[in-house]
Design a protein. Structure first.
Length: 323
């Protein structure tokens, strides 16, 4: 069983939902449907498209109840959606309810840079959540959507932990103590998240792992295991999950990065085109040893590995999502 807390199809009409079937049947996938550049209308259109295409395909089902995600049907892939910025809310907190009804189960306030809700991880001045951002966290709690601190500034992440009344998550964030990058989180952020009962999803992106060489596929898996082991030592394995951030069209995303220097600083571009960890490498279906095998070799028990791959995020979903 696999709980993939964040992956990315192109945010375009050309996106092919069938790509998601590279994950095994029985998986839960959260698919990105917008970040800072998308309007409410853009994200709703994308969700409509993804929902329609998923239902027509037959291998997918759309998450409505908590059970749809946490007790997976082994014959289908369960799909929900996430927003990487509060911009697509259009400044209206009530749109959180509308997005929930369309299947959005996770939202982060600020993508890399400051907006109406708070500061991002690339800001040089960090004032944390705004008043609107604080109201947003309360609304996410009320509606039953994960409050996510990934891409946010340190203080925004700490503010989320302070305000939330249910567990928060870092959907796809690695540890700055292992690899110093502004997109990675501090030990204080990790401890504060764990104190809410939350989970940190370790991603497979080369520049956040410190292994962005195109050929370093096995090294990326080892680096993911390094971050998982570090997190287990810091906050306990029960607070560590997995969230590859895989981009099904890497060329499209790298073009997006090049087109938007106001959203992606040199911290994203100085290592060359971004490299990801595809599902086949993660799952040990390619020539690269998979993450489960690497973690087993490092002494993680079957129960610990199951918790990282599915159980921990599933536990938090039971606590946060509403029926
Ligand atoms: Zn992201």
């Amino acid at each position: 069983m696999l709980w993939e807390q964040h992956c990315c199809l192109p945010l375009l009409p050309s996106a092919d939902i069938a790509e998601l079937a590279r994950y095994p049947l029985g998986s839960y996938l959260s698919v990105n449907v917008g970040y800072a550049p998308q309007s409410t209308r853009d994200s709703v259109r994308l969700i409509d498209q993804f929902r329609r295409d998923a239902l027509a395909d037959g291998r997918f089902r759309l998450v409505e109840t908590i059970a749809d995600a946490v007790d997976p049907d082994p014959e289908t892939i369960a799909l929900a959606f996430d927003l990487e910025d509060s911009g697509p809310l259009g400044g209206e907190l009530d749109t959180v309810r509308m997005f929930y009804d369309l299947g959005v189960r996770s939202l982060l306030p600020s993508y890399n840079y400051a907006n109406a809700a708070g500061c991002g991880c690339l800001d040089s001045v960090d004032t944390g959540l705004t008043g609107y951002g604080r109201d947003l966290i309360r609304m996410l709690n009320e509606v039953g959507v994960f409050a996510d601190g990934s891409h946010c500034s340190v203080r925004t992440g700490l503010d989320i932990a302070e305000i939330t009344s249910v567990p928060m998550i870092y959907s796809h964030s690695n540890f700055a103590a292992v690899w110093a990058h502004p997109r990675n989180i501090t030990d204080d952020q990790a401890r504060a998240c764990a104190a809410t009962g939350g989970v940190i999803g370790i991603n497979g992106v080369g520049i956040f792992l410190g292994r962005n060489e195109p050929g370093a596929r096995a090294e990326r898996i080892e680096a993911m295991a390094d971050h998982i082991a570090y997190g287990a030592g810091l906050v306990g394995i029960e607070h560590i999950g997995f969230s590859s951030d895989f981009s099904f069209d890497g060329d499209d995303f790298n073009a997006e990065v090049a087109r938007n220097p106001d959203i992606f600083s040199a911290e994203f571009t100085r290592w060359g085109p971004l490299q990801w960890t595809p599902p086949e490498d993660l799952l040990g279906e390619s020539e690269v040893p998979g993450l489960d095998e690497v973690l087993a070799r490092r002494g993680f028990s079957a129960a610990d590995r199951a918790a990282v791959f599915h159980g921990n995020f599933a536990r938090v979903a039971r606590q946060v999502w509403r029926h």
